[in-house]
Design a protein around this ligand. Structure first.
Ligand code: SF4
Length: 414
């Protein structure tokens, strides 16, 4: 996807030089990302998955097979509004065309390898894609209401090696394609039977998306952006940009692009308030230090009091959880419409970090709250099924290696 240049006033007093520098960085990030591209969309039998195509691509394909462009609107409705995966269900399309479509295309889903539901109703899916790569998706229901968030992965593995994150110990294998990103959400909705897509303000069980699963979404921006545009399209799934949050470790040039092009909500994995410490906890900080990350948050266009930027802060005992840290955090984010999610650390074998005490968590939270920022302490969800933050595809992968049999299902359409 080609993207319009995004002007960004950071980095130097000379705005022009700064935006040029960021354009260069975006080009470099995209070139690197392209080295981890997902496999081709065609199946071994030559059929092509229609999921993950933009409207324009779908129209081109219809024209290629001799059909009128208006077929795009029909197909879009059946695929993304009705959730149909079988052309024979598409009753507004004549039988001969249904058959022609079925010969050439599929409406795919990732294969469901495992689906586990926690005692607290969190549901975790392990999906397998056509090349055998796997990623996890988690549905986290709201405790009080009939709604919840779907936490979606954007890459298989991760390059960033945040030291508190067990998931980050897995090397990056590849980016997920738009079809695989949209497919996680659609397969989760299959599981809850939430089709057709609820319209307008009609309540939704799967009501929000958080791009917080495995991977750094801004290192796979083009596929993530394409997938989010499909999900936001009002004639299909129709999830509003206000209900989508992208979480980044602070890929500053792409934060600008995401804000300008998608306007979805932003979450930033901050985790430390001093560069020397953040260099260690979130090594990406060596490239984009705290002041640049915070400056990118200040200019993020979609931020407002109604749509606050979320700062994620994992609480590590004796490392980043002092009262001085809390006061510095407040100083850093002062003036930004923001809230701070405090995340108790989830210990894993081999990690030297320990979780902060409850008292320290509360002291920290109170300082942030007294400064006017909401500072909820996020209790881990789905711990019994290894679905909590930073656990994705680590312990479950190890357990599955131990138990693996040849009976795992093949992915849909493979
Ligand atoms: S926290 Fe996110 S970006 Fe950092 S290593 Fe883990 S998956 Fe990657």
């Amino acid at each position: 996807m080609s993207a319009a240049p995004v002007t960004s006033p950071s980095r130097s007093r000379d705005g022009t030089a700064a935006s040029l520098l960021n354009d260069e960085e975006r080009t470099r990030i995209r070139a690197k990302s392209a080295q981890f591209a997902p496999p081709a969309a065609a199946l071994p039998d030559g059929r092509r998955d229609l999921v993950g195509l933009s409207r324009e691509e779908l129209t081109d394909i219809m024209v290629e097979i001799g059909e009128k462009p208006f077929r795009t609107k029909q197909l879009w409705h059946w695929i993304y509004h009705q959730g149909a995966t079988d052309f024979s269900r598409m009753s507004s399309i004549a039988r001969p065309l249904q058959e022609k479509l079925a010969e050439r295309f599929i409406v795919g889903r990732p294969g469901v390898v495992t689906e586990q539901t926690s005692q607290d109703s969190t549901r975790k899916f392990l999906f397998r894609f056509r090349d055998g790569q796997e990623a996890e998706t988690v549905y986290i229901p709201d405790r009080q209401e009939d709604r919840g968030a779907v936490c979606i992965s954007s890459q298989v593995g991760c390059t960033l090696s945040c030291t508190f994150c067990h998931t980050g110990t897995q090397a990056l294998v590849r980016n997920l394609g738009a079809a695989e990103i949209v497919g996680q959400f659609m397969a989760a909705r299959d599981s809850y039977g939430e089709w057709p897509s609820p319209k307008g303000d009609t309540p939704r069980l799967l009501s929000t998306i958080v791009l917080m699963g495995m991977g750094e979404p801004l290192y796979n921006y083009d596929n993530v952006a394409k997938a989010m545009r499909i999900i936001m399209d009002g004639e299909g799934i129709g999830l509003s940009r206000r209900r989508i949050t992208l979480s980044t470790s602070g890929v500053v040039p792409m934060m600008d692009q995401c804000g300008a092009e998608l306007g979805i909500n932003l979450a930033v994995s901050l985790h430390a308030v001093r560069d020397d410490l953040r260099d260690e906890i979130v090594p990406l900080n060596r490239k984009y230090p705290i002041r640049e990350v915070i400056a990118a948050c200040r200019r993020y266009p979609a931020a407002s009091n109604a749509r606050r930027i979320t700062f994620e802060y994992i609480m590590l005992r004796g490392v980043n959880d002092s009262e001085a840290d809390a006061r510095e955090l407040v100083r850093l984010i002062s003036g930004i419409p923001a809230k701070v999610n405090l995340i108790p650390f989830n210990p894993w074998p081999g990690s030297s970090y320990r979780p902060s005490t409850r008292e320290q968590l509360e002291r920290f939270a109170n300082i942030v709250m007294d400064a006017g920022f909401a500072s909820p302490i996020r209790m881990p969800r789905g711990r019994d099924i290894l679905a909590a933050c930073g656990q994705l595809r680590t312990e479950s992968q190890r357990l599955r290696r131990a138990e693996r049999t040849d009976t795992a299902p093949d992915p849909a359409g493979a």
